[in-house]
Design a protein around this ligand. Structure first.
Ligand code: IPE
Ligand code: IPE
Ligand code: MG
Length: 244
């Protein structure tokens, strides 16, 4: 097993608490969070990670106060505008997963522009999960698959893991190796329910604006020390590593 995860996924949590601890409005925490995201993306590129998937806005986050939601929409728009050239220069392929159709039009436009501009790049893939919900992703996938069965394109026994993965939003089949959640909570919050089946989980109390390259290195170190057995015994894995 390589020590470096090919695909890292992150729940970037704790912006609000970071701000509140300093008597700042929650918006200041989100702003600081953007900076952390930029540093972590750059660090992943430096390390040679294949794909990074970050949870920026969940389908449940619409329930937040109107003021916070509209601030976040503005912030995404500004961040995309200001970061896209650098992302492109870094040869990053930017993709969005989630129902972007619900976003304000100017944001949708920026999302489409970023996707198109970086589409032919060959470096790291950056998947940004926005208006993303893991259950919603599966509902949408199942509806599409049901249509395929209904119109006779496939038979029910052709439905397998690969087919389902191909119909999810994160559909390139690069399974997440390492999951990190900042902010101290131990839950998935509806993130990547299908794809996390065998992902190694790391939870840290560090709030997202305080997360940095060293913390990411620590998570990768923890990952590198684990034995991923995928149902097999430890002895089988040692044997296979010896054979390789
Ligand atoms: C994560 O930080 C960012 C988003 C959900 C958009 P939070 O805003 O959830 O921060 P806490 O969890 O309230 O501290
Ligand atoms: C998950 O964080 C979503 C993002 C980080 C974008 P939340 O802060 O929304 O999760 P809960 O509500 O605490 O589970
Ligand atoms: Mg939170």
């Amino acid at each position: 097993m390589s020590d470096l995860p090919e695909h890292i996924v992150i729940i970037m949590d704790g912006n609000g608490r970071w701000a509140q601890r300093q008597n700042l409005p929650r918006s200041a925490g989100h702003q600081a969070g953007v900076k952390t995201t930029r540093h972590i993306v750059e660090h992943c590129v430096r390390l040679g990670v294949g794909a990074l998937t970050v949870y920026a806005f969940s389908s449940e986050n619409w329930k937040r106060p109107e003021k916070e939601v509209s601030f976040l929409m503005e912030l995404f728009l500004r961040a995309l505008r200001s970061e896209i050239d650098k992302l492109h220069k870094n040869n990053i392929v930017v993709r969005f997963i989630g129902e972007v159709e619900s976003f304000p039009e100017n944001l949708q436009h920026q999302i489409a522009a970023a996707t198109e501009k970086t589409g032919n790049n060959t470096g790291m893939t950056l998947n940004i999960a926005v208006n993303y919900g893991g259950r919603r992703e599966l509902v949408v996938a199942m509806r599409r698959i049901a249509e395929l069965v209904q119109d006779g394109s496939i038979t029910p026994d052709q439905i397998d893991d690969q087919l389902i993965t191909r119909h999810t939003w994160l559909n390139d089949g690069v399974e997440p190796d390492l999951f990190i959640r900042t902010g101290g909570d131990h839950r998935l919050s509806n993130f990547l329910l299908w794809h996390l089946a065998y992902t190694e989980l790391v939870f840290t109390k560090t709030l997202w604006p305080d997360f940095n390259a060293e913390e990411l290195d620590k998570a990768i170190e923890s990952y590198a020390q684990r034995q991923r057995r995928f149902g097999q015994t430890g002895e089988q894995i040692v044997q296979q590593e010896g054979d390789a």
